[in-house]
Ligand binder design. Structure first.
Ligand code: ADP
Ligand code: MG
Length: 300
């Protein structure tokens, strides 16, 4: 920690904002639904606690973060460090006690409930550990429902788009099967297909690979990476699996409710993670893209 403390002392105002990676500027992507310059998702001084009195837990202590279009972001850290809480707050699922979330230039938590609902439906996709597929629907129908209800597209267009995405995910031959007839890996891929079929601006995934073997996990990460790179989505994935860092444009580390570091992929691919700290060595190098979210929280 001394390096960190020195850095904080010297740069008291460092990093309420996190910079863009060179990968992003080099990447002309098929834009997601909305083209937006600057960060597409901003969390400002986010606070969230649970419980009260002696059982009060501070899950988020003034977390600030910026995410960009076309980037694959990993959020890592030990169990209980606040990853899921941060993902839920940023994704419009859990109201913070303080701070703000700006998505595509809109103040998410200032929206009315119906506006928020519309915004999530239009722009956000969620992937969680369970597959949450409808048991009665075929793989194709799981996707068609999203398009017909979410976007109001016609039956034939919905079918075309659903089949296209299923094909991209290697599920063309499984389109008419129901969840009970699919393997675990196939179900996960259908869940991903359902998340991507509407071309979301944001993809939020909480431990999407934790129930999968390594091979299926890699496939899921490839698809999420593609949704960022080729579809221009802003992707945020919570994981504690360091092997997944290779898919990231940027890796954020949380500890005890605070964001401790953000490392761009250019640093990541050149060195291994320190097993003792769980942090990447680049963390201790004051490189141009290293930003600390909150110097005061880092000290406490
Ligand atoms: P992570 O995803 O990194 O494991 P979480 O964001 O789930 O961490 O949790 C952060 C802290 O907040 C933990 O101490 C957890 O016990 C607490 N917490 C999270 N959700 C709740 C909740 N609904 N009720 C009470 N405490 C919670
Ligand atoms: Mg969690």
């Amino acid at each position: 920690m001394p390096v960190l403390s020195r850095l904080c002392a010297r740069l008291p105002l460092i990093g309420r904002r996190l910079g863009r990676s060179p990968a992003q500027t080099a990447r002309p992507t098929t834009p997601a639904a909305v083209v937006h310059s600057g960060p597409t998702l901003i969390g400002e001084d986010l606070l969230r606690s649970f419980g009260s009195g002696s059982t009060r837990t501070h899950a988020l202590r003034e977390v600030s973060v910026e995410l960009h279009q076309g980037e694959m972001n990993l959020l890592m850290g030990p169990s209980g460090s606040g990853k899921s809480t941060l993902l839920a707050v940023l994704s419009g699922l859990l109201r913070p006690d303080g701070g703000a979330v700006k998505a595509l230039g809109r103040d998410v938590w200032a929206m009315s409930d119906p506006d928020m609902e519309r915004f999530r439906l239009r722009h956000c996709s969620y992937i969680f550990q369970g597959y949450n597929l409808f048991p009665a629907l075929t793989a194709r129908q799981q996707l068609e429902v999203i398009l017909r209800w979410g976007e109001g597209v016609s039956g034939s267009v919905a079918r075309k788009r659903a089949d296209h995405v299923l094909g991209q995910l290697g599920l063309a031959g499984r389109a008419d099967l129901r969840p009970a007839q699919l393997s675990g890996g196939e179900k996960q891929r259908v869940a991903i297909a359902r998340a991507l079929v509407k071309n979301p601006s944001f993809v939020f995934a909480d431990e999407p690979t934790s129930a999968l073997d390594w091979e299926n996990g890699q496939q899921v990460m490839n698809l999420l990476q593609e949704s960022a790179r080729e579809r221009g989505a802003t992707v945020l994935v919570v994981t504690h699996d360091h092997r997944l860092e290779r898919y990231a444009d940027r890796v954020f580390h949380m500890a005890d409710g605070a964001l401790k570091s953000a490392v761009a992929a250019t640093h990541l691919h050149h060195a291994a993670v320190d097993d003792d700290t769980g942090f990447h060595p680049a963390f201790s190098v004051a490189g141009p893209r290293l930003r600390l979210a909150d110097p005061t929280a880092a000290a406490g």
